[in-house]
Design a protein around this ligand. Structure first.
Ligand code: CMP
Length: 174
């Protein structure tokens, strides 16, 4: 039946438009549900990565949430130059999986649970050595600004990182 009267046509038009509106509403609800779910999965996945680093295993849930939010996962292929000697550095890295080689005169290999790039963050000095991925490496990156925030809420962790930076710096004096 085609509406013949003016009122009938207006009514039919309104019904059609509300149909489109309801479709858009459902599409919106589904899309935001999906993105929420994806974010939750990303958070859980990151939580698993962070739990693999011993330094973070002593933390309570509150600190863990803060650190999981601050760390950025990054996977680099073997051979990637992660830090270049002499560059300025604004992040440090925790190794979840794989091995990096610190290209000091006596090269040092660092594996899962270790961290590097902390010297530039702690002292503000340029990168002290180049660091190259010896295998494919799964990293968690922490920006200097987030390290500062973290030192406020988790002084024990910041202390371990500072102490390591000082020890490594001493190693270069010999
Ligand atoms: P950074 O100077 O920011 O960048 C290079 C990194 O190599 C440095 O921080 C340390 O994390 C790491 N590094 C330098 N020297 C040593 C060392 N002797 N042993 C282990 N790691 C080191």
């Amino acid at each position: 039946e085609i509406p013949m009267t003016f009122a009938g046509r207006v009514l039919a038009g309104l019904v059609m438009m509300s149909g489109i509106g309801i479709f858009a509403l459902w599409a919106g609800i589904l899309a935001s549900g999906f993105s929420e779910e994806t974010r939750r999965q990303d958070f859980v996945r990151k939580w698993q990565l962070v739990s693999a680093v011993p330094l973070f295993q002593q933390l309570g849930a509150g600190s863990m949430v803060e650190i999981v939010r601050a760390l950025r996962p990054r996977v680099v292929p073997a051979g990637t130059l992660v830090c270049r000697k002499g560059d300025s550095g604004d992040q440090m890295y925790f190794i979840v999986d794989g091995t990096v080689r610190v290209e000091t005169p006596d090269p040092v290999d660092l594996g899962p649970g270790h961290f590097f790039g902390e010297m530039a963050i702690v002292t503000g000095a340029p990168r002290n050595a180049s660091v190259k991925a010896a295998t494919e490496v799964s990293l968690l990156c922490l920006y200097a600004a987030d390290f500062q925030l973290l030192s406020g809420s988790n002084p024990e962790i910041a202390e371990v990182i500072r102490k390591t930076a000082m020890e490594r710096r001493e190693a270069h004096r010999n």
